[in-house]
Design a protein. Sequence first.
Length: 369
Amino acid sequence: MKEINIAALLGSVIDALPQLEHATTTDLVGLGVAPDTAEFLVRLYQLYCGPGQPSRRQRSAVKGARRHGHGLIAMQEIEREVTKTKTTQQWRMRQHLCATPAGQFTTVARKLRREWNPKDDTPVEKVSIRRYANGTATMSITARDVDLTDVYDAIDQDAPAESFFNLVRGEGGAGRLNYIPMITLQLDTFAKLLAVNECNHTGTGDQAAGASAANPAGADSAGADSDIIVRANNGARMTGKELAERILFKHGFVAILSRVHGPVDVYRMERFATDKQRLLLAAESPECAWLDCHVPFDKCQIHHITSWADGGDTNIRNLTVLCPHHNGANEDHPPGGVPVRRGRMVRLGGQVAWQSPGGGVPVPTSPTN
């Protein structure tokens, strides 16, 4: 047996592997290497230097491991992640991880396995029951969201069991909910914003001048149900309600959003809504505005982006919707405006966005952005 440099094998192992061409586990144990380590080194030689492996991926893996100087411990971590991967994807995983800096193997491997083997999370309709020793039980039903919502809303939350059984026995009714359509217009497509009602306070000097021409009383003197003033692309000036009526049928609600100003106003074609701010926020964010949260709007709370304690106004550009959990988790007044623990909601131009801890580019979260 030719001389083997054990110290080299325990360093940047890839460059030292060729010296194991004819070595066995017994040879390495005889040189003082622990049996498990000796077996692993012989296996590494077979994988990264031996014949019978996918040559292109083998060369790529060796190149990546050499570039990052992966030692024995790093190679052990790589092979541990490889064994968790489907057989047909193991060399592909090995190639990726060898090109990954040490300390990131687990994160990268998990991400790749999710991408390569996406789970079908589509639930199937089913019913199950779990019984308890005290004579009670819990029944779970998976069905279409809209149908279960009808049943859920028909249940008296103060007496859920009794009201549910009344429904089942035909003593109550779970009617269908009436859904009011909300149609969203991007204001920029049809007109330029000249003046905003006093709930929004977003008018600039240029906008204020337009407001005076179109509304001598001025936007700031209007009440909560005052209207916006726009100039259509053909030059005509009109209110937001008139613009909506010209474009859409008199049915449901129409919300006007702007890529620059964010939510602007909301109209009901037959009459103004009594709770315009909530309707407009529902149009912008039908779910909790926190990143990847899907709690529906009617289970959420109105959130001040700049907190009330910090002087934030209750106007539409300073509001969004958050579920109770994320409303509490939001960092209302972090030092320097940069969240440090959980993140916070901001507006990026006219878009509601989530700001990650430590800074970084805010991520727009509303589907209407």
